[in-house]
Write a protein that binds this ligand. Structure first.
Ligand code: NDP
Length: 283
């Protein structure tokens, strides 16, 4: 049998790139599944993003992730967009299909995939703290998954209103904005709570949402996007009040699982990928 020394190529374009753990998780999955695919973590400045995408085309890459600050700027360099990426106006995963790079967004899809084993958002009322990129991705996917109502609680009113308008204008969900000017109590009709702010991200490990902890209860699913450390103050408070919890590792792992599926068609082992990240964050 002739040898094939030509690996398929994937990777990531971001700046900074050195602290992005995705490469370790995705390459571990490729090895685990015996795939001859590589994932190359590249630091790409905003001025060089177009050249990087041209390079990926020239080298026949099957796809790539892009992280901050490229999620919006990459769009003009691609050949088309998937449905939710086009509603969000942000791409974090390009997939080569029929020789074209199509932009997808796996942030919100990864969140949904990790939420589903705990609850189906269809028909539910969700409280979401934050209105940045992560909140936009999660809000759009929750709406597509049939959530009935999303209450966006955000400190900056302009950003909060912009996300509320986007959801009301482009999806079927009923979105409303609450200015986060005082301690917020979860209303009784809510069944899912999401922290999509950066509160709690290392090194702000003792950061705490301005939330009435007494309004958390066993009927809630409480999810946090913060992957490091995964056991945030919110996750611990919610657990102590009997709520079901979902940490930010689930989102990061499932976003990797979805990217690998898009690029290679293989359903990667999420448990194995999660253990890889847990070991990294412990170190
Ligand atoms: P953005 O900068 O776009 O948005 C940050 C959000 O956090 C804004 O809504 C901002 O509010 C809010 N915020 C920040 N600090 C405070 C504070 N002290 N009090 C109240 N609100 C605050 O960031 P992203 O949306 O891109 O990322 C948010 C978090 O999501 C990051 O920490 C990142 O780690 C995580 N993330 C996790 C992923 C995963 O796979 N697990 C994937 C993507 C992101 P305001 O508008 O008022 O400034």
């Amino acid at each position: 049998m002739p040898h094939n020394f030509l690996s398929r190529l994937t990777g990531s374009f971001a700046m900074p790139a050195a602290e992005n753990p995705t490469v370790a998780m995705v390459e571990a999955a490729y090895r685990h599944h015996g795939l001859d695919v590589r994932y190359i973590n590249c630091e790409v400045s905003p001025e060089k993003l177009g050249d990087a995408v041209k390079g990926a085309r020239a080298m026949g890459w099957i796809g790539f992730n892009c992280s901050l600050p490229h999620k919006v700027a990459v769009i003009p360099h691609l050949d088309g967009l998937g449905e939710s990426a086009s509603v969000m106006g942000a791409v974090n995963c390009a997939v080569r299909r029929d020789g074209k790079f199509i932009g997808e967004n796996t942030d919100g899809k990864g969140f949904l995939q990790s939420l589903r084993p705990l609850t189906d958002p269809a028909g539910k009322t969700v409280v979401m703290f934050g209105a940045g990129g992560a909140a936009r991705a999660i809000g759009v996917e929750l709406a597509f998954a049939g959530a009935k109502r999303i209450i966006i609680v955000n400190r900056d009113a302009a950003r909060g209103r912009a996300l509320t308008d986007l959801l009301n204008g482009k999806t079927k969900v009923a979105a409303e904005f609450v200015a986060w000017t005082r301690t917020y109590a979860i209303p009784p009709e809510a069944s899912i709570v999401v922290n999509a702010t950066s509160i709690g991200l290392y090194p702000d490990v003792s950061g705490r949402l301005d939330l009435d902890v007494g309004s958390l209860h066993p009927g809630l699913v409480v999810a946090d996007v913060i992957p490091n450390p995964p056991r945030t103050t919110l996750i611990r408070d919610a657990e102590a009040r009997g709520a079901k919890v979902l940490d930010g590792l689930g989102m990061i792992v499932n976003q990797g699982v979805i990217g690998i599926k898009y690029w290679t068609g293989v359903d990667a082992d999420a448990g194995m990928m999660r253990r890889t990240l847990e070991d990294l964050f412990k170190a």
